[in-house]
Write a protein that binds this ligand. Structure first.
Ligand code: SF4
Length: 331
């Protein structure tokens, strides 16, 4: 770890002004991913701006029926919140499927969005890596790529986003609220993270000095049907090989509304909008779900070691849609 200046932000404007003044700075709150990266020289900031004392720890209902999650709410507090468990159960289940209780106690809403890939080459500085050092190459393209992307990747980077929570947030049409010295703005969740293209060093569309202040969950009338299915190598403390967040609204057996997103497949949480469009108005049955899964995986481009993910994702989608059509629950 390099030496750095530590400063504690006294207000939101103090935090964002400090970040603009020193563009080699990093915000730190729970630190569950940042400290790991500092220790192995992946991040070498000149300044750490501690935002952990700012007042962003509330889960608040809003006038339009949305729920506003402050950026410093812990992952545990989100998963335990009664309104989230009742109305957005896919989010609670996604969070509880990730990391460990101790890490979830420290990890924050904002930090979860900004955690970086767990591609092993990214963390091993003996290897080149375009994300860590642009222009050096991507050994994962021809190397050990069993856990890497099958959708939306580029020659420059085939990493996947590691978050479970973010897959549910993509399915729920969440909105990210950010602050900067120029004021605030809201970013639709599906536009927050980026595909790698030729700039894999950039994970999100945040601008220099911008700080996440909250994530807003719009009301979803059929949120109670939400499920989160995570498939991984170990039963706990393991990242998703494939995950699926799904929710469905039926009238009789006809699909009136549906949400579908995948994790473990791309550089960002992957919202399957073409499959959603196909499902609307169809009968909820295995044939329909099988066809939707085929549509969701159209364009999949597996690497040398991860072809299994294509079939695994299709089966996971069928299973998640089936359980959601039955009213949801733990898978
Ligand atoms: Fe680096 Fe991305 Fe390649 Fe992994 S997949 S080695 S993070 S460039």
């Amino acid at each position: 770890m390099d030496n750095f200046t530590y400063s504690r932000a006294t207000s939101l404007s103090d935090a964002t002004n400090q970040a603009v003044a020193d563009q080699n700075s990093l915000f730190i709150a729970g630190g569950t991913n940042v400290v790991d990266r500092l220790k192995v020289f992946l991040d070498r900031p000149s300044r750490l701006i501690d935002i952990s004392r700012l007042q962003m720890e509330e889960i608040e209902p809003m006038a339009d029926g949305s729920l506003r999650l402050g950026a410093l709410v812990s992952n545990t507090a989100v998963a335990d919140n009664i309104d989230i468990r009742r109305n957005y159960p896919m989010l609670a289940r996604a969070i509880l499927s990730g990391a460990s209780q101790q890490i979830r106690n420290m990890a924050t809403v904002g930090g979860n969005l900004l955690q970086r890939t767990r591609c092993p080459y990214y963390y091993d500085t003996a290897f080149p890596c375009n994300k860590r050092m642009p222009g050096t190459g991507c050994p994962a393209v021809t190397g050990a790529n069993r856990s890497h992307a099958i959708l939306g990747a580029s020659e420059e980077c085939v990493a996947v986003h590691p978050s479970d929570m973010c897959v549910a947030l993509a399915a729920l049409d969440a909105v990210v609220e950010v602050a900067s010295p120029q004021g605030g703005r809201q970013i639709p969740f599906t536009e927050f993270h980026r595909l790698p293209g030729n700039t894999p060093e950039q994970d999100s569309n945040l601008q220099p000095g911008e700080l996440i202040t909250a994530v807003i969950l719009p009301p979803l009338s059929f949120g109670k049907s939400g499920v989160y299915l995570k498939l991984r190598d170990r039963a706990s403390y393991s990242f998703a090989l494939i995950s699926v967040a799904a929710a469905m609204n039926l009238s009789g057996n006809q699909i009136q509304g549906v949400r579908l997103a995948m994790g473990g497949v791309a550089h960002k949480p992957w919202r399957a909008t073409a499959a959603e469009d196909f499902l609307i108005g169809k009968s909820a049955n295995t044939e329909t779900f099988t066809e939707a899964a085929e549509i969701a995986l159209q364009g999949a481009n597996p690497l040398t070691d991860n072809g299994y993910k294509v079939e695994l994702a299709k089966r996971a989608i069928r299973r998640a849609l089936t359980v959601s059509a039955q009213g949801g629950g733990v898978i």
